[in-house]
Unconditional design. Structure first.
Length: 289
């Protein structure tokens, strides 16, 4: 959908609820049958994470996953129409706003749940903190270009690739009350290293980078995620900030792992990375950082 300029144009010019519905229908009925490997991988992982599910329940969750993926892709063309209180309900909004209005740098830490691009746009919309997002561009150049174009209208500044670490450090140290938006469940080596789901994993990837940055600049972690309730409507869930001045790396990781790990299992029908990992494979003793 992102690599098809006509579809993106169509989604932009349709009413947001209709575009969202159409994206979900196309994903479940057109994309899913052509992506059998991803569907099978998601099915195997779901069986390991939710062994309590009957077959019909598991299949319903997998179908809703494809619908959510399609809705999310279609909503990229309409993020500016969804960043408002009519579409996003914040749990304990007053306390959440107080956290955003507080002092010091902050690392907003989440996973690919619900609509993660809308979450990035929402935190930018909700605060005067200077924001920066970390991203990994898709391999397909057409998709990467369309995604960059879509995100430029609502995300503000984003960074990725070589030199990203220096840019992030500069952002957090030179801008007052800067915020860094990081997705924890990135795929590397055909595996997702976070959440751990009880696997013996040390901090790596984005989590390892975030822990080091937090120590270096005195940033607090804000764990949060966005889940779809119905159509293009969402709830924002968050955890009280984690302060590296009073918590060890192990304590921070355990809290992040518990909060986001439970969210990914509870909302497996909205977790993108379910098809990006292989829980049947052994984990290397020393994952790459």
């Amino acid at each position: 959908m992102l690599s098809n300029p006509f579809l993106f144009f169509l989604m932009r010019h349709l009413p947001a609820p209709i575009a969202s519905w159409l994206g979900g229908w196309l994903s479940a009925n057109i994309a899913r049958p052509t992506m059998k490997l991803r569907d099978a991988r998601a099915r195997a992982n779901l069986a390991m994470l939710r062994p309590d599910l009957r077959q019909a329940e598991a299949e319903a969750i997998l179908t809703r996953r494809w619908v959510n993926i399609g809705r999310t892709m279609a909503e990229l063309a309409n993020i500016d129409r969804l960043v408002n209180d009519a579409h996003v309900t914040v749990i304990d909004k007053a306390a959440y706003q107080a956290v955003l209005d507080g002092p010091g740098p902050m690392i907003a830490f989440t996973a690919h749940l619900g609509n993660w691009d809308l979450l990035a746009a929402h935190i930018k919309w909700s605060t005067d903190r200077p924001g920066l997002g970390v991203y990994e561009a898709p391999e397909d150049p057409k998709t990467a270009a369309q995604l960059k174009k879509a995100r430029s209208s609502y995300m503000g500044e984003a960074i990725g690739g070589e030199g990203a670490a220096r840019g992030v450090l500069k952002h957090l140290t030179q801008k007052d009350r800067a915020t860094l938006y990081i997705l924890a469940d990135e795929r590397r080596d055909r595996q997702v290293w976070f959440p751990t789901f009880g696997r013996p994993l040390e901090p790596s990837g984005n989590l390892s980078i975030a822990l080091r940055l937090a120590r270096k600049v005195g940033a607090q972690f804000l764990p949060f995620y966005l889940v779809r309730t119905h159509g293009p409507h969402f709830e924002l869930h968050w955890h009280a900030p984690l302060n590296p001045a009073t918590m060890s790396d192990a304590q921070i990781m355990a809290t992040l792992d518990d909060f986001l790990g439970k969210a990914c299992i509870t909302h497996a029908d909205q977790w993108l990375a379910l098809h990006d990992m292989d829980l049947t494979q052994p984990i290397p003793i020393s994952p790459a950082i």
